[in-house]
Design a protein around this ligand. Structure first.
Ligand SMILES: Cc1cc2nc3c(=O)[nH]c(=O)nc-3n(C[C@H](O)[C@H](O)[C@H](O)COP(=O)(O)OP(=O)(O)OC[C@H]3O[C@@H](n4cnc5c(N)ncnc54)[C@H](O)[C@@H]3O)c2cc1C
Length: 407
């Protein structure tokens, strides 16, 4: 059986290796550029955040704003546990950091890239670089691929793994063969905010905060980082991912509410401030805070609540404590735009998921055609979830192509 995999990224490599490891298959992987696994190499700041230490599929899928329902079944067969085992079997040791992100112990994405290329070589995958697929014709006995080199090649089965660039030929081929394409919009970005409250506080991080889009259902918790241009950090990136489509529609202009005391309610925050006033009446308010906030941020919040830096707790009126409560629990910011996250950026949109059988990754519309990775309308939040989706869908697609009979 002749199998073509289009795209030399994470999903394409996993699919090609899985397919080629089954005897009786002849697998060719086409990469349009001169660079294999380019995103793997730059990923995770050059360290490659391979997956996330989240081993319960039901919890794992909650990290995918798009694709959670469809990925549940595939994660039961190939999830982070299997990713660990897959790389370990091929000599790569992985380590889990405190926040659950998984990296190679070498802290180098080259380790992952080399492992995938070695595994492909050993499995007998024929890898063609600088050889893109321009278009594809379905024939009664498979597919004819028009290559950028001018050649025409025939295959029994084809898997498209052309990634998140939604203007790629992979998307056009999918569309020509009858698939619906969900329009692409960015996911995982940081927010532009010009606010006097944040000016000069660049670099400060609040480890447990909550971010919310005003008048919308989206709310996230986690670290928030103050940057030169606004706010970033896992809670912000997750919010951008959850609300990717809605924020695109309103041109990234909206009101963001931040609770610097994580999930404490305004009533709980006020109670904590009052308790402080009773226990430390003589202490200067700016010298300590009950929420473990960075000192400079705490001072700034006090100043914005009209509480001077020399004021003692006993001297703070009820009205000023309420001002402070409001600022801690619900600081309001006008977001004016976005920046892509430098560490990891992805797009949402792609081939419509209901047109794919997720037990095999085969198209429900075009038999013997398969899809894997970011070309699908799947995307995860930051933390290794996007690669996990690529490994899982690639592995399933590769296995299914090589194990199934021609239909
Ligand atoms: C800077 C950055 C850092 C990231 N870091 C992380 C991270 O640490 N952890 C994580 O989980 N995710 C990370 N991501 C996201 C992750 O890289 C992607 O989700 C993942 O690479 C998707 O894999 P893929 O194989 O579907 O697509 P891609 O990796 O985009 O691969 C698709 C390949 O197909 C090729 N191609 C396209 N069209 C054709 C054609 N017509 N013919 C032949 N070849 C074609 C492309 O050139 C490309 O090589 C990061 C993304 C970026 C941009």
């Amino acid at each position: 059986m002749r199998i073509a995999v289009i795209g030399g990224g994470a999903a394409g490599f996993f699919a090609a290796i899985a397919a080629a490891e089954t005897p009786g298959t002849n697998v060719v992987l086409y990469e349009a550029t001169a660079h294999l696994l380019a995103k793997v190499k730059v990923s995770g700041g050059g360290r490659c955040n391979v997956t996330h230490a989240c081993y319960e599929p039901k919890i794992l899928v909650t990290h995918y704003p798009r694709g959670s329902r469809e990925l549940l079944g595939p994660f039961h067969r190939f999830g982070p546990t299997e990713t660990f085992a897959w790389f370990n079997r091929r000599g790569v040791e992985l380590k889990t950091e405190d926040d659950g992100r998984v990296f190679p112990i070498t802290d180098s994405s080259e380790t992952i890239s080399s492992c995938l290329q070695d595994a492909a070589r050993r499995a007998g995958v024929s890898v063609k670089v600088r050889c893109g697929v321009n278009s594809m014709l379905q024939s009664s006995a498979g597919f004819d691929l028009n290559l950028t080199t001018g050649e025409l090649e025939h295959f029994d089965k084809v898997l498209i793994a052309t990634g998140g660039n939604k203007s790629s030929a992979g998307i056009q081929i999918a569309q020509q063969l009858g698939h619906t394409i969900i329009p692409a919009v960015p996911s995982l970005f940081t927010f532009h905010i010009d606010s006097v409250l944040l000016k000069g506080l660049e670099g400060l991080a609040v480890v447990k905060a909550e971010a919310k889009i005003k008048d919308a259902k989206y709310i996230t918790q986690g670290p928030i980082l103050i940057t030169h241009w606004g706010l970033s950090g896992p809670a912000i990136l997750k919010l951008s991912s959850l609300a990717a489509r809605e924020l695109h529609e309103i041109d990234y202009k909206f009101t963001l509410l931040v609770n610097w005391a994580s999930s404490l309610s305004l009533i709980q925050i006020e109670a904590a401030l009052n308790a402080q006033k009773i226990t430390h009446p003589k202490r200067q308010i700016t010298t300590g805070n009950p929420f473990s906030l960075p000192a400079r941020l705490w001072e700034r919040l006090c100043l914005h609540a009209n509480i001077g830096d020399k004021v003692q707790w006993a001297g703070v009126s009820k009205a000023l404590l309420q001002n402070l409560t409001q600022l801690i629990g619900s600081s309001s910011f006008s977001v004016t735009g976005k920046s892509m996250n430098k560490e990891e950026f992805v797009t949402c949109g792609g081939v419509k998921l209901s047109e794919i059988d997720f037990s095999t990754m085969q198209s429900r519309i075009c038999p013997n055609l398969y899809f894997a990775g970011e070309v699908l309308d799947i995307d995860g939040v930051t933390g290794g979830f996007n690669f996990q989706a690529a490994w899982t869908t690639g592995w399933h697609g590769g296995r299914a192509m090589s194990e199934s009979q021609l239909t």
